[in-house]
Design a protein around this ligand. Structure first.
Ligand code: G4P
Length: 553
């Protein structure tokens, strides 16, 4: 592995309609990296994001991203900000340059604003950086997010953070990743002590010593090229810890795994870096390797065929809808990942679900802080398209060929509430509101086969608050929520006769979602397991692809 500025060779083939490759398009694709950072709350994702943006020149002061996060903590502020727009949108997607590469960082919110969006955004990324707290290892939210990454075998680079604090021994952390995530680890840097005794890391690939300074946490950290660990310089700078490092490196080199790029790109192996995001230590080391080995924009599956990013014709897929871009107009912004070809401002594309042609004059790009009108975008880039509720999650766009991208699913909700109307005469408005909010992925609304009360399902609790707020604001519906006795939900499909029997027997636990698909809700995981065993010919799915039949327009 070398430290060059030249983008890595693409993983994907480079076909085009006439067999030739558009060189400029290829160059732009190959230098793009579209990724997300995942972590459990407090592991250091915000801090790391900030350091990455500082490195890319996208922000100029530490604290800018942190301030946004602090604001998001207070529910009322968050709502106000949602209405005022701008902040949460610009922080959703950040594009910034780094060493000749163009990085698209997709924000996956954590904490209270964890939602189905968090999962869905991951489906638009080509790889992820996983941040772990060195004192905690793999935590619950990281596990949940990794399950989604696993669905697409996404490549993962691990950053073990907070080495300036005391944590678990490095080998124990690696074992923890292997056991909890079933992922082979390959340390590419090795820490020298931790907490008060943290002296830096040794880059196992570049044979370079990176020295950490407790006295000047924010300052530049010194690098010493040391290609022979017996070099007496090591004893001079590390004193008593030099032998510890020699021992550790020998152990890791003998007993550890070797970096296997294919295994990394297949999501089977994770390169690991140790550092401290707060003191900007180890971040550059990780980022240099990330741009070099992380995959460029990858082919995306559609119902009919796989679309290569190098195809000349533009295609894209909507993976997120952001509501109320302008509170006066109830606008929505659809976040569309460019999947192939070149997007150009003003181009006409077909919106396949509706069959309508859209002229994209006002697409938005996400150059770090400021939203800017975009003239050209390439595969891996995200563009924002304004829509008045016409665009749904999973909608596909192309110049001519009718395509339906798959891989932007709905995820089974994990929290449930019953909706109660304050004014029964607003029932029609409630229905309309819940239908639209479901279509844009803000919440999932389920209608019982028996009875009338809608059940709302969410991946994150905050989705309920947002739904109530928007029902009141946009649909003039006052409603409140009560508890619902469910712990899990699955979409059910199978042979007609079995479905009929199942419906007859389990009527009280069955619902239709906003697309009309059948969903089963169980009071416990145990109950769900029993039901799955009892109905072997039925399939109980925890994700669902969006239906995209053309609507009569
Ligand atoms: P998150 O987005 O994953 O939730 O984590 P965030 O970056 O907000 O970091 C959580 C806390 O951990 C913050 O402290 C942050 O300063 C601290 N932190 C992040 N990286 C490091 C590191 O490398 N070393 C140490 N020692 N701490 C780190 P806080 O007290 O919650 O916030 P603040 O008052 O520092 O802003």
């Amino acid at each position: 592995m070398s430290t060059t500025d030249a983008p890595a060779e693409p993983v994907a083939d480079s076909p085009s309609s006439n067999g030739t490759v558009d060189k400029q398009l290829k160059r732009e694709i190959d230098r793009r990296r579209t990724f997300a950072i995942i972590s459990h709350p407090d592991a250091g994702k915000t801090t790391l994001t900030e350091k990455l943006l500082l490195k890319g020149g996208a922000i100029h002061e530490a604290g800018e991203i942190k301030a946004r996060k602090a604001d998001r903590f207070a529910m009322s502020d968050w709502m106000t900000m949602e209405k005022e727009r701008g902040i949460s949108v610009t922080s959703s997607v950040m594009q910034f340059p780094y060493q000749g590469y163009e990085l698209n960082l997709l924000d996956t919110p954590g904490h209270r604003d964890f939602s189905e969006d968090t999962y869905r955004v991951l489906t638009a990324a080509d790889s992820v950086i996983m941040v772990l707290d060195n004192a905690a290892g793999v935590e619950q939210q990281t596990k949940k997010l990794m399950e989604v990454c696993r669905m697409r075998d996404m490549p993962v680079i691990t950053f073990i953070n907070k080495m300036d604090r005391h944590g678990l021994p490095p080998l124990e952390l690696l074992d923890n990743i292997e056991e909890e995530l079933d992922l082979e680890t390959v340390p590419l840097s090795w820490p020298i002590g931790m907490g008060d005794r943290f002296r830096g890391t040794y880059n196992l690939y570049r044979d370079e010593l990176h020295l950490f300074s407790h006295a000047d946490m924010e300052g530049e950290h010194e690098r010493l090229p040391i290609d022979d660990l017996d070099d007496p310089q090591l004893d001079e700078v590390l004193r008593g810890q030099a032998d510890d490092l020699r021992f550790d490196v020998e152990l890791v080199r003998e007993a550890g795994n070797e970096l296997d790029l294919d295994a990394y790109r297949d999501g089977q192996q994770t390169p690991v870096f140790f550092g401290s995001a707060l003191s900007n230590f180890g971040v550059g080391d990780m980022l240099d390797t990330f741009v070099e080995i992380a995959p460029p924009p990858q082919p995306r599956p559609t119902v009919t065929r796989t679309v290569s990013p190098y195809e000349e014709a533009f295609t894209g897929v909507a993976f997120k809808i952001q509501a109320n871009m302008d509170p006066k107009h109830h606008d929505r912004m659809a976040f569309v990942r460019v999947c192939s070809g070149r997007f150009e401002k003003g181009m006409e594309v077909i919106h396949h679900r509706t069959g309508q042609t859209l002229r994209l004059n006002n697409a938005t790009t996400f150059m770090a802080q400021d939203r800017e009108g975009v003239d050209t975008a390439y595969p891996g880039d995200i563009i924002g398209i304004m829509s008045h509720g016409r665009i749904k999650i999973g909608d596909s766009f192309s110049e001519k060929e009718p395509l339906h991208f798959t891989g932007v699913p709905s995820f089974a909700p994990e929290h449930f509430r019953k909706v109660r109307l304050d004014d029964p005469f607003r029932a029609k408005h409630l229905k309309k509101g819940l239908q639209q909010l479901s279509e844009e992925g803000a919440i999932q609304a389920f209608r019982p086969l028996r009875g009338n009360d809608f059940i709302l399902g969410a991946v994150g609790e905050l989705q309920f608050d947002v739904t109530l707020d928007r029902l009141e604001d946009e649909y003039n519906v006052d409603a409140h929520l009560t508890g619902a006795p469910y712990a899990c939900c699955r979409w059910v499909s199978g042979p007609a006769q079995d479905l009929e029997d199942f419906e007859a027997e389990s009527m009280d636990n069955l619902f239709r979602d906003a697309d009309g698909d059948l969903a089963y809700m169980a009071v416990s995981d145990y109950r769900l397991e029993r039901t799955v065993d009892e109905w072997p010919r039925l399939s109980f799915a925890s994700t669902k692809q969006h239906t995209a039949e053309a609507e009569s327009s």
